[in-house]
Design a protein around this ligand. Structure first.
Ligand code: GLY
Length: 366
């Protein structure tokens, strides 16, 4: 059954994927009056990229020089955060800002190019230590990005799951046709009843699994991430730095946890490696030696959903306009969560796409 673009607001929507993107889309649709269910094999699981994500809200630090459309989307997405978190309770939204650091002369040369692109003023090593006394005396230079914030993705997912209670169906979808009976849905208010089929629109937001469901080129990109725990006063700002060519970010939470990330590997396995952990810890301790006293509490592996241009895929899968794809966010899944939820909900409910989505349509890979 193909969808008539002029049809009235679709009321029954199935979201495939209960990660942060799928949940945020479902919550937005629910808030706007749709009858939405989320379909995920492990509704309380921790397999998604959100579980390892540090939660840096860094439109500048993660923006690609080469892809201005993505920079625009990241910046527009960043603006939505204050409103997005307002209804979620305490999700660790922290606006202390981010310090970008460079240890060696080579690190400074590389970072200087990015600081210029981000229009940040370079700071000397001692200016950096005035802002963050725990920084190593060996750090040569830095820059302060006041607008780059952080949030705790695990707390956001908990809040969204709570909001969608009773609407998350424990079910693995192997083929989208399982959801698309196209018939008249049973008049029932139970989750099982709503899960059956007859949906007006299906939103596929299943991270790197979206590739298998849609045929789109989305691949898993492995990231190893550590969690340390110690004195909550050691760091105030997010640190994003390079130490002898090793890139690392340190995201300090108010309770003393510090997230240390992340490797970026073109692999699909879930094994933490000695080399990955070593490189992260070495770079972290080179920049902030006091972290050596912290307890290593977690070593985790997740998979970013990457696309050929590493920009997200957002839009109708085909001319049938009944399947919407919201995946492939690569390194920017957390930052882009609120804007993805808003734009995808607009698309589902009105049938028309905001022009900012033109550069991210699934059709660009055909
Ligand atoms: N956004 C940070 C990462 O993907 O590692």
């Amino acid at each position: 059954m193909s969808r008539d673009p002029g049809a009235s607001t679709p009321c029954r929507v199935a979201v495939v994927g209960g990660g942060i993107i799928g949940l945020a889309i479902a919550a937005e649709l629910l808030c706007r009056g749709a009858d939405v269910t989320v379909h995920d094999p492990a509704p309380a699981g921790t397999d998604g990229a959100w579980h390892v994500a540090a939660g840096m809200l860094a439109p500048g630090g993660e923006s690609a020089f080469e892809y201005p459309h993505l920079t625009r989307l990241l910046e527009a997405g960043h603006e939505l955060w204050p409103r997005f978190v307002a209804g979620l309770g305490d999700v660790g939204y922290d606006r202390a800002g981010t310090l970008s650091l460079a240890l060696t002369a080579d690190d400074v040369a590389e970072a200087a190019r990015e600081w210029k692109h981000q229009r940040l003023t370079p700071l000397t090593g001692s200016q950096v230590r005035d802002l963050e006394p725990a920084i190593s005396p060996r750090v040569r230079a830095g820059a302060f990005a006041a607008a780059e914030h952080q949030v705790d993705p695990r707390r956001i997912v908990a809040a969204l799951r709570d909001r969608l209670r009773g609407r998350i169906v424990p079910r693995r979808i192997a083929d989208l046709s399982e959801l698309d009976a196209g018939g008249t849905p049973a008049a029932t208010s139970t989750v099982a009843g709503r899960a059956g089929g007859g949906f007006d629109v299906i939103v596929v937001a299943a991270g790197h699994h979206t590739g298998a469901l849609t045929g789109l080129p989305i691949r898993p990109v492995k990231g190893q991430v550590l969690r340390l725990r110690g004195d909550p006063g050691l760091l105030e700002h997010v640190i994003d730095g390079a130490a002898d060519g090793r890139h690392v970010y340190l995201v300090p939470r108010a309770d003393g946890e510090v997230v240390v990330g992340a490797t970026q590997e073109e692999r699909a396995d879930r094994a933490p490696t000695a080399g990955g952990v070593h490189d992260l810890l070495r770079a972290a301790l080179d920049l902030v030696p006091g972290l050596a006293e912290h307890e290593l509490t977690e070593v985790a592996v997740g998979h970013r959903p990457g696309t050929p241009d590493n920009a997200p895929i957002l839009g109708f899968l085909d001319d049938d306009r009944r399947i919407v794809v919201a995946a492939g966010h690569f390194r920017n899944g957390i930052l882009l969560t609120p804007i993805t939820a808003r734009l995808v909900a607009d698309l589902v409910l009105t049938g028309s796409a905001d022009p900012i989505l033109d550069a991210f349509a699934p059709g660009r890979f055909r």
